[in-house]
Design a protein around this ligand. Structure first.
Ligand code: AHG
Ligand code: MN
Ligand code: MN
Length: 320
């Protein structure tokens, strides 16, 4: 099928499914459940300030971070839609210490990792936040099934609740972006076959940590500055990576002292999958992020991803 701008996401998912005669429809159901859940999350976000969705819940999550109302709401909406989709998926989430498994005998083929709401710390400032998802094949019926390398991802994507709401995803055949038409309530193909520029002019590092970074990281940032790059930092990985994919450049969250911030399973791996599908690079400084096998659900990793030339240059400086 010739891919036309404007076709709706459901039709696109079904056309993709048709390319695989062996497909049972389970993957499509998962994608459609995520599609519906994120439409609801989007409508709550669009109403923030008018309905009671902003602010802290008073709870601290497994990460030691304050849980915001929108974190909990987004997690609940995604899980409800996935478990009500007619298929059964195990789900691991930033907001849950352990993965959730369907009841016995209802084992599905796929498992799903989610960051239900990315950018918790900027929600109440009315800037762009997101949702990240990745779908993998189930390899066992316990939590170890989630400890797979990113290269084994079957499909991954994010939704950015930005100027418009956009769902960007890939099943390993390029990256496609769909914009939510808020009047019709449908995601329509607006960005077919997204490619990241080979080189950009923007670096996205949280430079407030400059003095806590390793000297080699400082050198890398100094290089971008002398080359005339400009700094952008949204405080939400989805927003920073979306900008990096659209405009080029580099996004990084290196070690701060000895600590990494970005979670491998549900943030770094899916975003690395998308950046690489768009023609970019994603590394932890020494290794392709898609080759790292997690040892734990909430494991963190340093990340450097974006335009191939910019990431290569940064690695050259770091490893020299
Ligand atoms: P989350 O809101 O899901 O916990 O993720 C926040 C992450 C990531 O999205 C972002 O790039 C980073 O934290 C922001 O870190 P700073 O607090 O250093 O800006
Ligand atoms: Mn996040
Ligand atoms: Mn989150």
């Amino acid at each position: 099928m010739e891919i036309k701008k404007g076709i709706d996401l459901n039709r696109f998912i079904l056309e993709e499914e048709r390319k695989h005669p062996e497909a049972t429809g389970t993957l499509s159901h998962a994608l459609m459940a995520i599609e519906n859940a994120t439409k609801i999350i989007s409508s709550y976000i669009r109403m923030a300030g008018l309905v009671d969705v902003i602010g802290k819940t008073g709870r601290i999550n497994v990460q030691g971070e304050e849980v915001q109302k929108l974190d909990t709401l987004s997690n609940r909406v995604l899980i409800e839609h996935l478990s009500g989709s007619g298929d059964f998926y195990a789900v691991a989430s930033e907001e849950m210490e352990h993965a959730l498994f369907p009841e016995e005998g209802k084992d599905g083929k796929y498992i799903i990792a989610i960051d239900p709401l990315d950018g918790s710390s900027v929600i109440d400032a009315n800037t762009s936040v997101g949702t990240i998802f990745s779908i993998w094949r189930k390899t066992s019926s316990d939590e170890s099934t989630f400890l797979q390398e990113g290269k084994k991802i079957v499909a991954a994507g994010y939704v950015i609740y930005g100027t418009s709401t956009m769902l960007v995803y890939s099943t390993g055949n390029g990256v496609y972006g769909f914009t939510l038409d808020p009047m019709v309530g449908t995601y329509l193909l607006s960005h077919p076959d997204i490619k990241i520029p080979e080189k950009g002019k923007i670096y996205g590092f949280n430079e407030s940590y400059y003095n806590k970074w390793d000297e080699r990281i400082r050198k890398c940032v100094d290089f971008f500055k002398t080359e005339g790059y400009t700094l952008r930092w949204a405080g939400a990985m989805v927003t920073d990576i979306h900008r990096t994919i659209m405009k080029g450049g580099i996004f990084a969250y290196p070690l701060v002292g000895s600590k990494a911030k970005i979670r491998l399973l549900y943030e770094a791996a899916p975003m690395a999958f998308l950046v690489k599908q768009a023609g970019g690079l994603a590394t932890n400084g020494t290794e392709d992020i898609l080759n790292i096998k997690p040892q734990a659900l909430h494991q963190r990793v340093p990340v450097f991803m974006g335009s191939s030339e910019d990431v290569k240059k940064c690695m050259e400086i770091i490893n020299s």
